[in-house]
Design a protein around this ligand. Structure first.
Ligand SMILES: [Zn+2]
Length: 93
């Protein structure tokens, strides 16, 4: 049975590396990220870690532009005066 002969890449099925966002090479689509046959070709993408969402929540609630960073999965917010405080919000993934 020439199983391999009928396999062809389906663009819709292409998975992207979860680290760098590049499409996984043929034959490695079942993996979630590069590393099996080599390292990621690109530096990691800035992940959408939810910081922007937290930022807009604060903007809506207080009208203040804060900066947000994630420490151990928890969001910390710094107000324009440089005061940092814990939000108690935790990253979902
Ligand atoms: Zn990669």
């Amino acid at each position: 049975m020439a199983v391999l002969g009928v396999m062809r890449p389906e663009r819709n099925d292409m998975s992207n590396c979860e680290i760098c966002g590049e499409p996984m090479p043929l034959g490695e689509e079942m993996f979630k990220f590069h590393g099996y046959s080599g390292n990621c070709p690109k530096p990691p993408l800035p992940r959408d870690d939810g910081a922007e969402a937290v930022k807009s929540i604060f903007k809506r609630a207080t009208g203040v532009d804060v900066s947000v960073r994630v420490v151990n999965g928890e969001f910390y917010v710094t107000d324009p005066d440089g005061q940092e405080f814990r939000t108690g919000l935790v990253r979902k993934h």
